[in-house]
Design a protein around this ligand. Structure first.
Ligand SMILES: *[C@@H]1O[C@H](CO)[C@@H](O)[C@H](O)[C@H]1NC(C)=O
Ligand SMILES: *[C@@H]1O[C@H](CO)[C@@H](O)[C@H](O)[C@H]1NC(C)=O
Ligand SMILES: *[C@@H]1O[C@H](CO)[C@@H](O)[C@H](O)[C@H]1NC(C)=O
Ligand SMILES: *[C@@H]1O[C@H](CO)[C@@H](O)[C@H](O)[C@H]1NC(C)=O
Length: 744
């Protein structure tokens, strides 16, 4: 483990030197890594970098370029990059273009025209990765017998009419020349580059014409690598290749299954870039037992000079548990003075909470701007406005967090910053579900497709950092990618538009699951017409519901060695729910408002008659019966089993779950009675001495009263026989209790 990290760090150092233009020798790094092993195992090899000159053209250090250079470094391949920092002259590479590459290369290799032993390897860089060292590349080139060997592809491009002029090939072979990678002896390559071409001319067409000229082809001994022995072009070849990933090390090998070759240079030409992105997550020793790529983060945060962040909090729709979401935002470990806060609410339900967050915490941020649903901005306008603010405030990054992404690791922002990517997101998924904030693959139509590794990434069976085609909900974007991001699109929703624009611009979207950063809540079927909508979501958001509504001390009471208080004989007292539970449930009942009239006639009951009537509302009346039965099963039953030994009824049955209201001028008390239950639970919903005075429960057989009830605590006692009891007089205020008659 240690060794991998050292290796990665050294490698990183050399990569940085390399990027800075110093001619770092990767061999040095390798020497330092594990001297004993390296010296013993490897007989002195000639440095093939002297013999094979590798060139690429890149005007910008895109993510694809960085990936390419990294793969070269992994295999000790020294690359000369032509055109770096210069303005691209080669036209729009989506159509024709690329003559510029030829002109740059010609200039760079001219002086090698007599160097008969020198070999020139040219590759594109933005969509290419190396998967083998130069020894293997050389061997494969020599086996071809060509003086110049071009990569081949399935499509004849850019001039389809030339297709028939190509030499015939066998079944499954790639017939057509691809200019993205070729290798040849220096004199022949210089000769090949001799003809004139405009910077905006098409390089593939240039080479194609030479190849199709039989005299020139013969003279230069040009061949195409039609069986992908050395080069694999991926466009149109999805079914020809297979990624084999070793289960222990997670290292991958891309094989051509038609010819059983393992090509050394993989090219995601044309639309196959997405496939290359997926394969490359496993190629070039991205993994070697651990995620080596993950260890290569260059950014150490300087506390004195932290990056400036625009924090864009996006509440695009009604979501449950926004209060807990905002608590997660508030707890982010990052100085607020280094953050510009932008908040967007597109849900009337949440305007108040958003506004109150701004009121309470806004002043600590460097600046604040907020948009409420009444402002009428669409989500894409909201997202764009956040980005505009980031630019205007000269932010180094923008961190978008949507209202359904609950941050649990307050280090998340710092961790993402350390990853030093143009775009990086933490993997968030719905609790114990496979629904996440990224897609592993795209379908033909640009929508979700499951990748081979999707489930393992979401479940964190596979830990690392992955380049994926689509990300939503929570992500960090670096300044250098701001201009590439577009949220507005005439067909796509804002997230898909963003992913689309970033793919287009060649900005890689990385997701990391190296830590568990948080989870998504489930906003599906969120019913916002009810008084306290969060309360209704136990079935859709069990985890968050439990966090919000179940007493934090609940589980300690399940420990056999913890003594449960008994205020009266066989009356047990538990901490079961939170203040939020009580407040929300009382609010739901009061909003409903149809308290029973306290008479003996009760149409809600089967017989229509209630012997000991209270002023109450049944859970069924507010649509909570099923939820409450689940609550009884999940949280009440285990406590019952602790105190009434040997009684197991799963699930507990209860026909009567209701809230009782005691008030001096309404119904202040309840006469002694038995409950028709095996056992009864009674949860105090508010505070004695504060919300009301008097009240409590008296068990007549024992002459024992519980008057100091505690909000959120539950009394549990046998029902039918022993525990004849009464509700004591409330003298002031209103007392609420929540009752269930269990197993009647
Ligand atoms: C939302 O809740 C109300 C009140 O319980 C109910 O009448 C309505 O049918 C619910 N709507 C949906 C879509 O579930
Ligand atoms: C949980 O129990 C501990 C120990 O009994 C107590 O100190 C603490 O206040 C309880 N927490 C809450 C929220 O009541
Ligand atoms: C149960 O409580 C005992 C005594 O407080 C403690 O030592 C033990 O670790 C607890 N067990 C569990 C599983 O929490
Ligand atoms: C019941 O208890 C109260 C005080 O707790 C006491 O004053 C009263 O005498 C008791 N009644 C009987 C019948 O024991």
């Amino acid at each position: 483990m240690e060794k991998h990290i050292n290796c990665a760090l050294l490698f990183l150092a050399s990569l940085l030197l390399f990027l800075q233009g110093a001619s770092a020798s990767a061999a040095n790094a390798a020497d330092v890594v594990a001297p004993a092993e390296v010296v013993a195992a490897a007989p002195a090899q000639p440095n093939l970098n002297d013999k094979i000159k590798v060139f690429t053209v890149a005007t910008e250090q895109t993510d694809g370029y960085r990936r390419y250079i990294r793969s070269a470094q992994v295999y000790d391949i020294e690359v000369t990059t032509l055109g770096l920092g210069e303005e691209w002259q080669g036209g729009d590479m989506k159509g024709l273009g690329g003559g510029y590459k030829i002109n740059l290369l010609r200039k760079a290799v001219e002086e090698l025209k007599d160097a008969e032993d020198t070999i020139i390897l040219f590759t594109d860089s933005y969509d290419v990765v190396f998967t083998a060292p130069l020894t293997e590349i050389l061997e494969k080139f020599k086996e071809s017998g060509a003086k110049v060997l071009f990569s081949a592809e399935k499509y004849c491009w850019p001039d389809k009419s030339l297709a028939d002029s190509y030499p015939a090939v066998g079944a499954k072979e790639s017939r057509y020349l691809n200019s993205g990678a070729f290798i040849g002896y220096a004199p022949q390559v210089v000769e090949l580059l001799k003809e004139e071409i405009e910077d905006t001319g098409d390089d593939q067409l240039y080479y194609t014409k030479i190849f199709l000229d039989e005299a020139k082809r013969a003279k230069l001994n040009i061949k195409l690598d039609t069986q992908s022995r050395l080069f694999q072009s991926l466009n149109g070849a999805q079914n020809d290749v297979k990624l084999e990933v070793d289960l222990d090390s997670n290292q991958g090998v891309l094989q051509n299954i038609d010819f059983l070759t393992t090509p050394a240079i993989i090219h995601g030409n044309g639309p196959s870039k997405i496939n290359l992105n997926a394969y490359a997550n496993y190629l070039a020793k991205t993994f070697s037992g651990v995620c080596t790529f993950c260890q290569e983060y260059p950014l150490e945060l300087n506390e004195q000079e932290l990056p400036i962040i625009t924090l864009a909090v996006m509440v695009n729709q009604p979501v449950p548990f926004l209060d807990m979401f905002l608590a997660g935002i508030e707890k982010l470990n990052y100085p607020k003075k280094s953050m510009h806060l932008f908040m967007y609410s597109n849900a009337e339900l949440h305007d108040e909470l958003v506004q109150s967050y701004v009121t309470k915490h806004g002043k600590s941020y460097a600046s604040v701007k907020y948009i409420l649903s009444t402002d009428g901005l669409t989500e894409s306008q909201g997202r764009q406005l956040a980005l505009d603010k980031a630019k205007q405030k000269h932010s180094d990054y923008i961190f978008y967090v949507d209202g359904d992404a609950h941050i649990e690791d307050s280090e998340v922002l710092r961790e993402l910053l350390r990853m030093n990517k143009q775009f990086v997101a933490p993997v968030f998924s719905k609790y114990h579900e496979l629904w996440s904030n990224f897609w592993g693959a795209l379908s033909e139509t640009g929508y979700y497709a499951r990748s081979h590794d999707y489930v393992d990434i979401v479940k964190r069976n596979l830990i690392g950092m992955f380049n994926v085609p689509h990300v939503t909900t929570i992500y960090l974007i670096k300044k250098s990618a701001f201009d590439a991001v577009k949220f507005e699109h005439k067909e796509l929703d804002p997230d898909m538009a963003m992913s689309d624009s970033l793919r287009d611009a060649g900005v890689f979207m990385y997701v990391s699951n190296e830590r568990y950063f948080g989870h998504l809540i489930n906003a599906d079927n969120f019913n916002t017409t009810v008084a306290r909508p969060d309360f209704y979501t136990l079935f859709s958001n069990r985890y968050d519901w439990t966090l919000k509504y179940i007493h934090p001390n609940y589980s300690t009471q399940l420990n056999e060695s913890v003594v449960i208080p008994q205020p009266c004989p066989d009356v047990y007292w538990f901490q079961i729910v939170t203040d939020a539970f009580c407040d929300d449930l009382v609010a739901i009942m009061e909003a409903y408002g149809k308290w029973s009239d306290g008479s003996n006639s009760d149409t809600r009951l089967e017989g229509g008659y209630e012997a000991v009537p209270t002023r109450d509302i049944h859970m069924r009346q507010v649509g909570l019966d099923a939820l409450y039965l689940k609550f009884l099963q999940m949280f009440v039953r285990p406590l019952q089993e602790r105190v009434f030994m040997g009684y197991f009824h799963d699930p507990p049955r209860s026909l009567m779950n209701f809230m009782v209201r005691y008030k001096p001028d309404e119904q202040p008390s309840l006469r002694p009675h038995h409950d028709s239950s095996t056992y009864t639970i009674n949860i105090a919903m508010n505070r004695v001495g504060i919300d009301y005075e008097g009240g409590g429960c008296r068990f007549l057989r024992y002459n024992c009263s519980v008057t100091e009830t505690k909000k959120g605590w539950m009394l549990m006692h046998p029902g039918r026989l022993t525990h004849f009891h009464e509700g004591l007089l409330v003298t002031k205020g209103t007392r609420y209790i929540m009752i269930s008659f269990i197993d009647p």
